[in-house]
Design a protein around this ligand. Structure first.
Ligand code: UD1
Length: 416
């Protein structure tokens, strides 16, 4: 299993190009199930999770062919079962349910089960599809869903915000009969990106960017070309890398408008952000200031940036409090950061971080995608050497992380 070794203490300097968003690419790829025509997605990152989605789609009959930084999807659905072996590797596999059901009137999709960051149920996805006329049964760990007369539009009010449930129902509603209204829908930029692609495929969706999406179902959708938006979490992560090392880097293709809450927190912590054409500069010249954040659905501070911001606060002046409101078990990076000399005390959904003067390199272990990158950030700032094991978590969501950081002067290498 690969490990990453970092010798810390080098302020980053240079430029990093931000890749296409993983969390947009995953639902966008499942749109390949909504049409027999060709769907071409551009600005696609090379990531293990997208490879997993390609495998899942291939066994449904949809071929996914890479063409440079694009993916070309096409084919007819030949199988409506999403097997446990793939779904258990990646929860986003569950996103095929809505499209398969809308298109084929039946689907059998393995339940994803819990994961390292919490139980993560899928009840909102299922209740929404039931409201649209699906009959859902649980059989041997699989969701058996049928809609013998097809899905029909419905008024669905989510009791709380779910990105995945909003995406699954948005895709299903695009091919349902009649009008669907999704209230208290997630407003993440990746959902707006999905809606744009669906519209390019012939769907009729209004309310994009708001918490109420109205979808007029169509009988069929057609092929389209769609460019995936830049990854706001990768952007925020590299912004934290510049900040934690006291460096200055340019983030090319990065957008500040999708990152409002993160930019506010970074600014409060003493980081200077200067927007430029096609990206922004990020720089720290003074000390880091302890800053409190609370994770929330978009436009709040993203849970996917919580671990990285905690690594940053570990070396800030004063104390900070980080509260996690989205997932119940998303502090696994805390003991690992503490092994590097951080002073973090987590209790229930909050963590108090007492900033230390410096972190010290250590052997640490990645536990999930964002936790692992927080250890990379800590390693970049730490005195001495840090070795991170289980980096396959990192490869799920960060493209060429060592190359991008090394190009800015970081002493980082992958050990096979
Ligand atoms: C997506 C992102 C993930 C991000 C998360 C929150 C992708 C591929 N993944 O995950 O990176 O951390 O949004 O921004 O885009 N919940 C239920 N029942 C449901 C659905 C969700 O109780 O049916 C709960 C979850 O357990 C969690 C919360 O709702 O506590 C939010 O989850 P959700 O927004 O659905 O996250 P994902 O779509 O799984």
């Amino acid at each position: 299993m690969d490990r990453i070794r970092i010798t810390g203490g080098v302020p980053l300097a240079g430029s990093i190009t931000i890749s296409g968003a993983k969390n947009a690419a995953l639902p966008l790829m499942t749109c390949g199930l909504l049409t027999d025509d060709r769907l071409v997605l551009s600005n696609v990152a090379k990531l293990a999770d997208l490879q997993t989605m390609a495998e899942l789609l291939a066994q449904h009959g949809i071929a996914v062919e890479p063409e440079g930084r694009s993916l070309s999807l096409g084919g007819r659905i030949t199988n409506t079962e999403a097997p446990y072996e793939i779904v258990c590797k990646m929860r986003a596999s569950f996103l095929v349910l809505g499209s398969l059901l809308a298109r084929c009137r039946e689907a059998r999709v393995s339940l994803p089960g819990g994961c390292d960051i919490g139980t993560r149920p899928v009840d909102l996805h299922l209740k929404g599809l039931e409201a649209m006329g699906a009959v859902i049964k649980l059989d041997a760990g699989y969701i058996d869903a049928t809609a013998p007369t097809g899905l029909r539009g419905a008024n669905i009010v989510f009791p709380f915000v779910s990105v995945g449930a909003t995406e699954n129902l948005l895709m299903a509603a695009s091919l349902a009969e009649g009008t669907t209204v999704l209230k208290n829908a997630a407003r993440e930029p990746e959902i707006a990106d999905l809606a744009k692609c669906l519209i390019a495929m012939g769907a009729e969706i209004t309310g994009i960017g708001t918490d109420t999406l109205t979808i007029e179902g169509k009988k069929t959708l057609h092929g389209a070309d769609h460019a995936i938006l830049p990854d706001r979490i990768e952007t925020g992560t590299y912004a934290c890398a510049a900040a934690i090392t006291g460096g200055k880097i340019f983030l090319e293709n990065a957008r500040t408008d999708d990152l409002g809450a993160v930019i506010s927190a970074l600014t409060e912590a003493g980081i200077i952000i200067t927007p430029a054409r096609n990206g922004f500069w990020i720089e720290r010249t003074g000390k880091l200031r302890g800053t409190d954040v609370k994770t929330e659905p978009y436009p709040g501070f993203p849970t996917d940036m919580q671990a990285q911001f905690m690594a940053l606060m570990a070396v800030a002046e004063g104390a900070s409090m980080i509260t996690e409101t989205i997932f119940e078990n998303r502090f696994m990076h805390v003991p690992e950061l503490n092994r590097m000399g951080a002073r973090i005390n987590a209790h229930a959904s909050s963590a108090i971080i007492r900033g230390v003067h410096h972190l010290s390199g250590a052997q640490v272990m990645a536990t999930d995608l964002r936790a692992s990158v927080s250890l990379v950030l800590a390693g970049l700032a730490a005195k001495g050497q840090t070795t991170i094991s289980r980096v396959y978590h990192l490869d799920r969501g960060y493209e060429a992380v060592e190359e991008k950081l090394a190009a800015c002067g970081a002493k980082i290498e992958r050990l096979s």
